[in-house]
Design a protein around this ligand. Sequence first.
Ligand code: M6R
Length: 614
Amino acid sequence: MCGIVGYTGKNQAINYLLDGLAALEYRGYDSAGVAIISPSRHLHVVKCQGRVEALRQRCDDANLVGSCGIGHTRWATHGAPADRNAHPHTDCSGSIAIVHNGIIENFEELRRSLRAEGHEFKSETDSEVIAHLFGDAWNGPAKGDMVGALRNTVARLEGSWAIAVICSDVPDQIVVTRCGSPLVVASTEDGAYAASDVIPLSSVTDHVVQLEDGDIALLEKDGGITVYDASGGEVTEPKGLDIDWDASMATLGGHSDFMGKEIAEQPEAIERLLKDRLGKHGIEMDELRMTREELSQVDRVYIIGCGTSYNVGLIAKTLIEHWARIFVSVEFASEFNYADVLVTDHTLCLIITQSGETADTLAAARRLKGMGCKIFAITNVLGSSAAREADGTLYVQAGPEVAVASTKAYTAQMVASALVALRLAFANGSMTPCDVEMIYRELRQVPDLIREIFNRSWQDKQAVPIFQDATSALYLGRGTNSTTAYEGALKMKEIAYVHAEAYPAGEMKHGPIALIEPGFPVLAVVPDDHVHDKTVSNIMESIARGAKVVAVATDGDEEVAQLCEQVLWVPKMDEYIVPIVAVVHLQMLARYVAKAKGLDVDKPRNLAKSVTVE
Ligand code: M6R
């Protein structure tokens, strides 16, 4: 949540700041702002509620000139989305500006004591205390020392943060730090850059420096970056990261929205992930960093995730239990952190997170690590916190996912989970090399099967009127496809604002069936699998009460075609592959419904892509 950028160098800062914020807008879009130091050493702040486009307009009007500045795009936590709560925040003198991503947990107490000392606050945010604390340090114990002043400031904070600070007394320097929120910096011939993640930087460099928690970095106009660790020592070789995403991957490239683009990218993403994975020892996965013997001893798996990544976990559970015969527990990270945990000596923890920065997921992983579990991350974002903290990481290589609603990461993470399940199954002897090879070959069919779903997108368009004016809908499925229903309903809720409730089809009669009245929309996932006939019975129960049923069914299923208002067809395939393919219809359906309602499919209200607060 929240994105921050910074630049000092020979160019005008405003260009990178605005483009960088636009690239980070998926992290939050309640308000945006920049602070720039003018050639006459004045600090200018322009900020407003709303999107970066609105800020761009205000900056044009203000004609901001200067080559050192910071910027912020906000997802509101403390204080309503409003101009006064937008970052950057300034100290009382108006010469220091800060941007912050994270939460300052002790801000009430700090604000009380700062007020008592005479500081005046202009916002309701937790972040503003940072500007005042920095101001006190700058004018007091750390006079004239940006690094010292920031160290002094963070010593008083509790919570999580990535912070960037500028001060008009030193017009060419930016000082940044992080603790629990992501931040990368980069040095180029044109100057020094900072950003919450690599996406804005991919247009200026292919190499970034990753800061560790507690590091403080001083960025200077000539591109120089000096990193100090938490103890104050200079880090002579800070950890670098090569960016293999080129900037165009995070642009629309002819698509009308990122969600549409990312849905379309799924086949290639899965092809990349599966390439060269089959070796003579089954699935090649050195990333696990566990020997075959260690893998064979795994007797319990905890899978942790949130939202869409949690849904991937449900599929992963089915695959690991079915193929590797190991007990799996899937947990919402936010719940897990406050629940009892029962680990064995050989429990493996699998964290699934597209961004690799979800605070709840990271907290859960740290908890399990503290209990001695091996942590394996399935993530998309290179160098993310999850990747850095896990014992092993499998990158799903889906490329930047910009739309808030996860699509290509979901299907790629499912394929990654299937690979992990096969690796475990081979290691503990539950599957022979021949079985593994057979499933791998099925997985290789997925990209073309998804392409075939794209050819059928007209079917999703036809179903739009059934959902467009609905306030409520039921999504039903059984077995692995109850998860397809969960994921389809999540997409419908988050981008089309239809209250779609997903339920295991057989459970419907225990309550939700009371919702059904004539015309009520029901979406049933009923492919040709071992629970097909049971799900058909549930469809009949819905129709008997007047529901309008749209089904996802396998080609040639005349019975379902006769019963339902409409069918979204999928080709015949192995039932364990169906969830990866069938969900694509539901992604497209949600997108079409949202578009028909005139909604912004990339930036749905109240949400942010990367949820870095607990
Ligand atoms: O980056 P993560 O995978 O950890 O994010 C988890 C959820 O916040 C995320 O999947 C969210 O539910 C998406 N908006 C769903 O489309």
